[in-house]
Every structure is written in structure tokens, then in C-alpha cells.
Design a protein. Structure first.
Length: 621
């Protein structure tokens, strides 16, 4: 749009146009009235100028009444010849019979004695009051005034008049004067019009400039810019409007800052909430969703906006939008897929206006997957503890009852029964101690004394102890129940790690005990220690029955046994690997297992090693 087009569409042009149009109308009306008045006055003056004096009309009347026509005509001609009026071009005297008796026109002398053809004069001679005293005719483009004056009329009555006199005069001087005045009036009007246009534009600009500034300010306010302030120069309505807009701008800026602060605070809260939050309108279309909710449903936040909340939460054929709006009870939603197990608790609340109109709803999604897992593990733990404790207690009670019923009187049987009771009691004590240690690990109250140790030496120390146990068994028993061989594959570099030596020795003992228990007679247990760029990894492999693949994920669970009957027979509590996992993770390490059924298992422990160890710290070693 060009600047000229904008100008013609502006209110400034409209105000100026209205002002100029009013000026033109006023000038036109004034000019028309002025010209009309001037024309009437000039014509009246001109008529007075061409009206014959009364003494001349009386002479002509006397001549017309003279019975001697020739004498009368001479008298009339003498009177007409004596007229000294430059405005009169022609004057004819007509008697009552309509005969022309005299004229001042040289070319019209031949008409004397002829009948007049002037209808208006004939009407006047006939006494018709409808005749025109003055009338205008056009001859050769020149306007002329014809004045018909009855002679000898008494009190304006036309009866018995001797004749009339018809005077013809050119109106050119009159209209020439009027035209000259009109030219002056037009020139003055044009000057006044130009001046009025300039004044109108100036006044329009004076009026519209504050409006333009207010419009510019409101446009900037709409764009979020509140820096512009209108200057107030007066106390008129526009100044008051500008003052109100300034106040409005300040109020909107304050409100916007407050709203933005609240929005940022809300966005920050929603972003960092662990619970998922989404809002939907009354049609169920999602309008707000935080990152947690987007992660729960497995879509991007932008992609989720506009989707139906029923489809987003996979509630189709389970729950309708109306049911969610009418029933605000919380419910569970299973959002599990191939990549994750996810169970959430959904809490629904309505968004209501002050009138009570429901404009939407808010759904809060609380992840209860871990809680469900913990509850399940707690129930399983209680069940396992009850089961594990009930078995030795049942054995103790059975043997005590047998002793009470008389077996105590048999020394050999009593000694055997008391031995079983003692073994089962020790087993329960070990189980309770393991449970207490797990409890301390869970609560973070276990006393851990971290030291930087040489992992090579500690690992060798543990393995040497098992070699010594095997040698002692061979010396004390000619046919030991199981023989095994420990193979070492260690890195030649010293590996220093920061652990609690006692607790880590317990971990290695647990893994080695399991390797010994489940290794076949004459099997080989391979102990390895390697050093990577950032980690130290040790492993213990056996050649036992191995662990089924379906049980690998549960091997570190509390009370879990692959072969429960065999584990109990060997005195296991099912807590050793669980304790080992907790201890290793306490040292920021990781423990895992690889196993092939009927071929053996390998337990791995990964720890971060210390790069540099001050030699002074190990002088005592």
C-alpha cells in the first residue's frame, strides 16, 4: 500500500475533506445568495434608470389624446428625440388601437403607423393584468430588458388608457458588472478554499497526531513493547485518552510480568516434576503436557498437543471422556511397551470457571511401577523369610518334641538330635545376621571403612585361604568329599582400589563358596584380574551346573535359589549374593554373572581403580 493511498484512507484526510466540503458548500451558498441579491439590485437599479420621467410620459399621454394624429405624432417624436439615456436602445409609443405612433430608432421609423406585434403590449392595451411590466429577451446572444409602461393609468387600472410605451435596453452592462464581481468572488473563494485546505490539514494533523501516537503505542503494546510513553501537552479529551493509555500500558506491563513470572514458575515446576501432568479442554484435546507425562506416554511434547487424552493414555474401550469428567476417582493406567514396564496412577481434577462451567480437566500421572515392584518384593521377602525361618524352626520343634517324648534318655539319639537342633539354630542365626546386614545396607547405616588397597594382594589372600582349606581337608581326611583346583590369571600390574577390605573379603568369600559348592569334584575354579582403561575387573568361573537363562536376572534377589533343595542341604540362606551386590554397589562398583547351563558360571566384579597411590601410605605394609 502506497503512502498516497494510506493518506487518502487516513482520518486526517477525512477530517480535512469534511472541513473543505463544508467550506465549499458555505462558499457556494453564500455566492449564490450574494450573486442573486446583486443581480436583483442591479436589475432594479437598471429598471429605474430606463424608466421615463413622469413629465415625459405626461407629454406623450397628452400627444396620444390629441385628435390630430399627425400633430400628436410630431409631439411624440419630439419627446422621444429629446431622450438622453444611453441605456435605452429603443422606445416605442403605441396607442390604444395597437398602432405604433413613435420610436427613437432610426431604422424603425417605417414601423410608425403599423400595428404592433408585441403580445405583451397588446395585453396591456386590452386591460389584461397578466401582462409583464419587465421581461428579458435574447437577441443575437445579447440579453435585453423590455419594459412596458401603460400611459395615463389611474391607480394601476388599465381601463381607458391612451396607450403604452415599450422601452428596450441592453443588459450587457449589468451582467458585465455582475460577471466582474463574480470573478473577484471566485478568486477570493479559491484563495479562501486553498487557505481552508491548508488550515484543515493543519487542524486535522493537530487532532490526529495524538491519535496516531496512541495507535503507535497500542500497536507496540500488542507486540509486547511497553517502552513508549505519550507526552501530555494539555488537558483536553485526547490528552486524557493518552494519559489513560499510558496508565493502561503500565498496568499491562505489570500484569504481563506477573503472568510471565507465574508461567515461568509453573513451567519450571511442571518441567522438574517427577509426576506427569497434562491438561485438556472439554473436548479432550491436550493443551498442556510436561516432559514427564510425554516420557510416560512415549511421544514428543509438541506431538502430544492437540491429541485426545483418551488416545494418549491408551484408554480406548476402557474409559470415556465423559466418565473421566463425571467420575473423579483415581485409576491405574498400564503404559508398558516393549522397551519398558510402566504402571501409573492417574488423578483427575476439573478446570471450572466461576460460573461453574467445566472448561477442561487436569490429569496427574504418578509412576507407581517401582512402588509396585517394591510392594511385590516386600511381599515375596516376607513370604521367603517366613518360609526360610519356618523350615529350621519346624526341624527344631520336631527334634525338641522327640527329646521331650523320651529320646533324651537315649544318649546316642539325644546327642544326634541336639546336634541337628544346634545346626538349625546356627543357620537361623546366620540368616538373621544376614538380614540385619541387608537392613543396615538399605538404611545406609552400615559402617564402611574405605581404604586404598592392592586388589592383587587381597584377591590372592582370599584364594590362598581356600587353597589352605583344601590342603587341610586332604591332610585330615583321606577321602575328602570334593576336590577342586584354583587357577589364577592375574595382570602383572598392581591394581589399587578404594574399598572396605573386610566387606570386600566377605564378597569374595561368598562368590568363592558358591563356586566351591556348585563345582563338580575335581573341577577347576578360574580366578582372573584384568585392568582396563578406567576399571579393574575380577572374575571367578566354575565348571558347575550353571544357571538357567530365565534365572539370571533374579540371581541377586534375596532368598532366590536356582535349586532350593540343594542349597538348603548345603546350608545356604539365599542372601549371600544379595549382600554381595549391595556391598559392591556401595563401593560404586558393579557385579554381574554370565552362565551357560551345564557348563558353569562366571561372576564378574568391576571397580574403579586409583591411578596414583602415595608410597608413604603403604610404608607400613
Amino acid at each position: 500500500m502506497t503512502a498516497m493511498t494510506k493518506f487518502f484512507q487516513s482520518i486526517r484526510f477525512r477530517i480535512a475533506l469534511v472541513f473543505v466540503l463544508l467550506m465549499i458548500i458555505a462558499l457556494e451558498l453564500l455566492g449564490a445568495f450574494f450573486v442573486r441579491q446583486m443581480e436583483q439590485q442591479n436589475l432594479a437599479t437598471f429598471q429605474q434608470q430606463i424608466t421615463l420621467p413622469k413629465y415625459l410620459t405626461d407629454q406623450i399621454t397628452t400627444a396620444l389624446r390629441d385628435k390630430d394624429t399627425d400633430t400628436g405624432n410630431h409631439q411624440i417624436q419630439d419627446v422621444l428625440s429629446g431622450l438622453n439615456n444611453t441605456n435605452i436602445q429603443e422606445a416605442q409609443v403605441i396607442d390604444k388601437t395597437g398602432t405604433i405612433r413613435g420610436t427613437i430608432s432610426v431604422s424603425g421609423q417605417q414601423t410608425i403607423g403599423q400595428k404592433t406585434t408585441d403580445i405583451n403590449a397588446q395585453k396591456a392595451l386590452a386591460g389584461d393584468q397578466s401582462y409583464l411590466q419587465t421581461r428579458t429577451i435574447n437577441e443575437g446572444g445579447d440579453r435585453k430588458e423590455l419594459m412596458t409602461t401603460p400611459l395615463g393609468a389611474t391607480n394601476g387600472r388599465l381601463k381607458d388608457i391612451p396607450g403604452v410605451i415599450v422601452v428596450k435596453a441592453s443588459l450587457s452592462p449589468v451582467y458585465k458588472n455582475i460577471n466582474n464581481v463574480m470573478k473577484l468572488f471566485i478568486i477570493a473563494g479559491l484563495v479562501a478554499l486553498i487557505a481552508s485546505i491548508a488550515l484543515a490539514l493543519f487542524l486535522a494533523r493537530t487532532l490526529t497526531r495524538p491519535i496516531e501516537q496512541i495507535n503507535e503505542q497500542t500497536t507496540k503494546i500488542a507486540d509486547g513493547d511497553y517502552s513508549m510513553v505519550n507526552h501530555i501537552y494539555g488537558s483536553d479529551e485526547l490528552s486524557q485518552l493518552a494519559m489513560s493509555v499510558n496508565e493502561l500500558s503500565m498496568r499491562i506491563e505489570e500484569s504481563t510480568e506477573t503472568v510471565n513470572a507465574e508461567r515461568n514458575r509453573l513451567d519450571s515446576v511442571l518441567t522438574h516434576m517427577a509426576d506427569g501432568v497434562l491438561a485438556a479442554n472439554r473436548r479432550g484435546e491436550v493443551t498442556i503436557i510436561n516432559q514427564a507425562a510425554a516420557d510416560f506416554v512415549g511421544v514428543d511434547r509438541e506431538e502430544a498437543l492437540g491429541k485426545n487424552v483418551i488416545d494418549l493414555l491408551h484408554l480406548k474401550n476402557k474409559r470415556t471422556l465423559r466418565e473421566m469428567l463425571e467420575n473423579l476417582d483415581d485409576f491405574r493406567v498400564d503404559l508398558s511397551d516393549d522397551s519398558k514396564d510402566l504402571l501409573v496412577q492417574a488423578y483427575v481434577s476439573l478446570i471450572k470457571r466461576q460460573s461453574g462451567f467445566i472448561s477442561g480437566l487436569v490429569v496427574v500421572l504418578h509412576n507407581i511401577t517401582e512402588q509396585q515392584r517394591i510392594d511385590s518384593e516386600r511381599r515375596m521377602f516376607v513370604s521367603n523369610v517366613s518360609h526360610e525361618l519356618r523350615t529350621p524352626l519346624t526341624s527344631v520343634r520336631s527334634y525338641v518334641d522327640a527329646l521331650a517324648e523320651g529320646a533324651i534318655n537315649d544318649p546316642d539319639m539325644a546327642q544326634n538330635f541336639l546336634g541337628v537342633v544346634q545346626d538349625e539354630t546356627q543357620r537361623m542365626i546366620r540368616m538373621i545376621n544376614d538380614l540385619l546386614e541387608l537392613s543396615r545396607l538399605d538404611q545406609g547405616t552400615m559402617d564402611v571403612k574405605l581404604e586404598v588397597i592392592n586388589l592383587n594382594s587381597l584377591f590372592n589372600f582370599v584364594l590362598n585361604r581356600f587353597d589352605m582349606i583344601l590342603e587341610n581337608d586332604a591332610k585330615n581326611d583321606e577321602s575328602p568329599s570334593k576336590r577342586y583346583n584354583i587357577l589364577r590369571e592375574f595382570t602383572k600390574e598392581d591394581v589399587w582400589v578404594e574399598v572396605d577390605p573386610d566387606k570386600f573379603t566377605q564378597v569374595l568369600d561368598n562368590i568363592m563358596n558358591n563356586a566351591v559348592k556348585y563345582s563338580p569334584d575335581g573341577g577347576t575354579i578360574t580366578a582372573r584380574l584384568i585392568k582396563t582403561k578406567t576399571r579393574a575387573i575380577l572374575s571367578i568361573s566354575d565348571q558347575g551346573l550353571g544357571i538357567p537363562r530365565k534365572d539370571l536376572d533374579n540371581i541377586f534377589n534375596r532368598f532366590f535359589r536356582v535349586d532350593k533343595s540343594r542349597s538348603r542341604a548345603q546350608g545356604g540362606t539365599g542372601l549371600g549374593l544379595a549382600i554381595s551386590k549391595e556391598v559392591v554397589e556401595k563401593f560404586n562398583g558393579r557385579i554381574w554373572v554370565d552362565s551357560v547351563e551345564n557348563k558353569g558360571s562366571t561372576f564378574y566384579i568391576s571397580l574403579a581403580y586409583v591411578d596414583e597411590v602415595p608410597e608413604d601410605d603403604w610404608d607400613a605394609e
